[in-house]
Design a protein around this ligand. Structure first.
Ligand SMILES: NC(=O)c1ccc[n+]([C@@H]2O[C@H](COP(=O)([O-])OP(=O)(O)OC[C@H]3O[C@@H](n4cnc5c(N)ncnc54)[C@H](OP(=O)(O)O)[C@@H]3O)[C@@H](O)[C@H]2O)c1
Length: 452
């Protein structure tokens, strides 16, 4: 179907002026789906001008047709996926239902029928990206997925297009609003449990927050970003992952005293041709741009060999910010259809690259210990690190606890295996009462120095 007419000079005249429509089908009309319908309706003329065609939601698939929907999204509903997938008029399928199944099957069916797909589903992209892109290529259609990482923040297309001339050295950032909110609250001195409760009450955490607090949501997002940045397939299962649930307000307080802010960092870098992808609680110096990103906000830094460091920040979730990203993708698809371009947004995983074994990756570490308060213990602790080949950057004895003394240590950059060896030795000492959740230290001179 031609969406554009050409004027006498061959210029495009949008069919939106002629009352023609690009019809889309929504799979899901929940938070994001209803936001998409609302945005397409509210900015109809503006979007038609940008897309060159009117865009109309023909139908939306839902589970429960009787559920009360927001007043601002009046869309015909169906509970039968085939009503949308088999509809010859529907050219674009927008999958905003979430989860792996039946979303995966529906997308594959849509692709097979030659429909373009826009999705916000990080779960699918991070686990089945290869299969989805292969099916899209086979069918000669496109899949766009800007909303799958960073909600409203444009990051997928900048990485794929605007920064394509760079060799990307590192992508890292705060990609989970729930944990960033919890950490921001804990920074005010409240416990993890109380901060999580506040997040739930404010609608920033789901009833089951495990995917967020264990770092699994961030793992899916950094897998997607790493795949694009390094041109090699990274799946969620390839990401080594530590969440925030074992952190205590004291860890954040001590970090602050030392000039750092604690963030859950999703990080991907290429080291000597191998890919290191991790999610870790991390200390960032106060002057680091990511240290200022608080609450539910997200931010992603990209380091390229030509551009240097660029930062993308904003609302990483929510109805309208996420709808903004989805609608941007729909407009891009409209452009592709109108200019007869197919398969423009193809797979960018051109190479197979090995992963860095986590124990070989170098980082600086922060760790808080509780040990017996008696002569010689400090020396024994220092020796455990020394014997493991880890040099210490800072050792501070903090308060007395009921059991003994609390020591906060920051190491110089060291391989994960050396740090683990030191912790195993400490664990075996009768004088050690507790080793709290270690964190990496990022964006510091010490860390950078260790990399060269
Ligand atoms: N929420 C955000 O801020 C955000 C941000 C970025 C990305 N995302 C992603 O966007 C996607 C959608 O998230 P959401 O928050 O909008 O989810 P949601 O509010 O739970 O909405 C899901 C929608 O899909 C429908 N649905 C689910 N399973 C279905 C099934 N088996 N058959 C038919 N309909 C089904 C639901 O129908 P009913 O309405 O009848 O229940 C609902 O309308 C997810 O992949 C999520 O990761 C969300």
């Amino acid at each position: 179907m031609c969406l554009y007419c050409k004027d006498k000079d061959g210029g495009l005249v949008g069919d939106y002026k002629n009352g023609k429509y690009l019809k889309i089908g929504l799979l899901g009309l929940g938070t994001v789906g209803s936001g998409v319908a609302q945005l397409l309706a509210a900015n109809e003329d503006h979007i038609a001008q940008r897309a060159g065609v009117n865009i109309k939601v023909k139908q939306a698939l839902v589970r429960d047709i009787n559920r009360v929907r927001p007043m601002d999204c009046v869309v015909p509903l169906t509970t039968r996926a085939e009503d949308i997938l088999d509809d010859p008029e529907t050219q674009v399928i927008v999958e905003v239902m979430g989860g792996q199944e039946p979303a995966f099957t529906y997308i594959m069916e849509a692709l097979k029928r030659g429909k373009h797909v826009v999705t916000a589903n990080k779960d699918l992209l991070a686990n089945y990206g290869k299969e989805l892109f292969a099916a899209a290529k086979e069918a000669g259609v496109d899949i766009y997925f800007e909303a799958s990482v960073g909600g409203g923040i444009p990051i997928i297309r900048p990485l794929k297009d605007s920064l394509a001339g760079n060799r990307i050295e590192k992508v890292y950032g705060i990609v989970n609003g729930t944990t960033n909110y919890i950490l921001s609250q804990m920074d005010q001195g409240i416990t993890y449990e109380a901060a999580l409760q506040q997040a739930k009450e404010n609608g920033f955490a789901e009833a089951d927050p495990s995917a967020d607090v264990l770092g699994l949501d961030a793992a899916r997002k950094i897998a997607i970003l790493a795949s694009i940045a390094f041109g090699a397939r990274v799946r969620a299962a390839d990401v080594t992952c530590v969440g925030i649930k074992d952190l205590e307000p004291l860890d954040l307080a001590y970090a602050r005293e030392l000039g750092y802010k604690v963030k859950l960092l999703a990080l991907a870098q290429e080291i000597d041709g191998a890919v290191d992808v991790r999610v870790r609680p991390a200390l960032l110096p106060h002057h680091h741009p990511l240290a200022a990103v608080d609450g539910v906000l997200n931010a992603i830094m990209v380091q390229g060999d030509a551009v240097g460091e660029v930062m993308f920040s904003g609302q990483g979730a929510g109805r309208m910010p996420t709808a903004s990203a989805v609608v941007g993708d729909i407009i891009e698809v409209a452009h592709n259809i109108s200019s007869g371009v197919k398969g423009r947004n193809g797979c960018t995983c051109f190479a197979a690259k090995p992963f860095c074994p986590p124990h070989k990756v170098r980082s600086s570490y922060f760790v808080r210990l509780e040990v017996q308060d008696k002569p010689g213990v400090m020396a024994k602790v220092a020796k455990a690190f020394g014997d493991a080949g880890v040099s210490l950057w800072s050792v501070i004895q903090k308060r007395q606890t009921e059991r003994g003394a609390e020591i906060v240590i920051i190491t110089h950059p060291t391989q994960g295996q050396n740090f683990d060896q030191a912790l195993s030795a400490l664990q075996s000492f009768p004088e050690t009462f507790a080793i709290h959740q270690p964190m990496i230290v990022e964006g510091d001179e010490a860390y950078v120095a260790g990399h060269h």
